[in-house]
Design a binder for this molecule. Structure first.
Ligand code: URP
Ligand code: ZN
Length: 457
């Protein structure tokens, strides 16, 4: 054995048991009530909880946005992830203007491979500029990237596809067993509201939220779920933020759609009240934060049988100096917030400890379901013999105030500094190597690997 975790309270998505985990050559070699050390590095997990490593299937490391890039590159972003108990990320390839899908994929691989500290996969963004490459979708799938994200918003920025184009992409992706992810907000609702607010001199961050009401999300979901049903495509609604949107996903499920949704930590613990704050710009992301009632609906959706099957972070932070670009015009604020390091602390402390979800729910939505839905099973997403030795240890008594000094993202503020957790990850093991211990990153740059994914269930 290379590593032995003993006296662990192991929690999976369906059971909890006391035992030891033995690791050999990066894989789980044994899970049993008791194991003898036999020369291994021993970690005594007495009084702690051990769960599978988190899978954050929604990150944007070094993403080009306007005339900047998101603050964390594949190194600092995966350091932050590992320090929050995440052992796999799935980022989004964003083809630059004029770049082919395969060219962009090769570029992302090159940039990520030398930096990632944990394993990673990739989704492909399929934008308006890519429509001429629709027949290349099967080539992208063969390279281990079977999921494609389309936008129903951002026509002006060239990201949006029209409905007939979305249908074509869905048919093509479905024909090769892939998955279509959708940023679901209706441009037709948002854009007139933005223009109206700017014309009226309403330029503060709260008008970002008022220009992106829940109806924009619900309308887009109602449309894309029907397009997906007609195309017989599997559908993944990213960053669900509202009760109205969730209702639409539920209705689509009732009609027989193979659709599931993801929400993000910020929608679970923040509301649009923060846009009134002096630093309100720092909370600008899309979709915008909603009301307390929406937040409650999202927690409900994470329960057994709920339509929110995964929690991804949409990690896409910008420093306050860049958020300030929009101090006189909310449309100039780079959109996005940090989150990959916050998923597990927030789900555990704000979810499990406060009785909003069970420990089983937390394990399901952070590892088992993303592994299954994104084609990472059986090597990822479970604590079982033969699986990758990706797991974390949570100290249920560790209290952490989530300030920017504690978190590892490169930016200079925290959107979670009002939260002091009850419980926090204290050890992260990736492929059998300890990469975080007691809040300190102890892994290596470039040790992570690209995980080619198969078409999923
Ligand atoms: O505001 C957000 N979500 N920024 C990240 C980029 C994207 O479109 O998801
Ligand atoms: Zn995103």
């Amino acid at each position: 054995m290379d590593l032995l975790l003993k006296n662990a309270r192991i929690v999976t998505s369906s059971r909890v048991f006391e035992g030891s985990i033995g690791v050999k050559d990066g894989r789980i070699a044994s899970v049993s009530p008791s194991l003898e050390p036999s020369g291994a590095t021993v970690f005594n997990a007495q009084g702690k909880i051990v769960i599978p490593g988190g899978i954050d299937a929604h990150t944007h490391m070094e993403l080009p946005v306007g005339n900047t890039t998101s603050a964390d590159d594949f190194y600092s972003g995966t350091v932050a992830a590992a320090c929050g108990g995440i052992t796999t990320i799935v980022d989004f390839v964003d083809p630059r203007p004029g770049e082919t899908l395969l060219g962009a994929l090769a570029d992302y691989r090159k940039r990520a491979d030398s930096k990632v500290t944990i394993d990673y996969g990739l989704h492909m963004m399929f934008k308006g500029q890519n429509i001429g490459e629709i027949d290349r979708i099967s080539d992208v799938v063969r390279k281990g990237v079977p999921s494609f994200k389309v936008y129903t918003a951002y026509r002006k920025r060239g990201l949006m596809l029209e409905d007939p184009e979305i249908s074509r992409v869905m048919e093509k992706v479905a024909s090769v067993g892939g998955l279509v992810a959708v940023h679901a907000e209706s441009d037709g609702i948002i854009e007139p509201l933005i223009q109206g607010n700017l014309a009226a001199g309403n330029t503060g961050p709260k008008y970002h939220a008022l220009s992106r009401p829940p109806e924009a999300e619900a309308d887009a979901i109602a449309r894309v779920t029907r397009l997906a049903q007609a195309a017989e495509a599997r559908l993944y609604i990213v960053h669900l933020s509202s009760r109205a949107g969730k209702d639409e996903v539920e209705q689509a499920r009732d009609r027989g759609n193979n659709v599931f949704a993801e929400t993000c930590p910020h929608y679970l613990v923040l509301t649009d009240e923060v846009y009134e704050r002096e630093d309100g710009r720092n909370f600008v992301m899309s979709p915008a934060l909603k009301k307390a009632d929406d937040r409650a609906a999202l927690w409900d959706g994470l329960g057994p049988g709920g339509v929110i099957e995964t929690v991804g972070s949409d990690h896409c932070p910008f420093p306050s100096s860049q958020k300030d670009w929009g101090k006189d015009d909310f449309t100039k604020i780079p959109n996005g917030v940090p989150g990959t390091e916050a998923i597990i602390p927030i789900l555990y402390s704000e979810g499990v400890r406060k009785g909003r979800i069970s420990m089983f729910d937390m394990v399901r939505v952070t590892s088992e379901a993303p592994a299954r839905r994104f084609g990472l099973s059986p090597s990822k997403g479970s604590i079982s013999v033969g699986a990758d030795a990706d797991f974390m240890v949570i100290d249920p008594d560790k209290r952490v105030k989530m300030t920017s000094e504690v978190l590892h993202t490169k930016i200079d503020y925290s959107i979670y500094d009002h939260i002091t957790t009850e419980g926090y990850p204290v050890l992260t093991v990736s492929k059998g190597e300890i990469v975080m211990q007691d809040g300190e990153f102890v892994g290596r740059r470039g040790r992570g690997r690209f995980i080619p994914r198969s078409a999923a269930s």
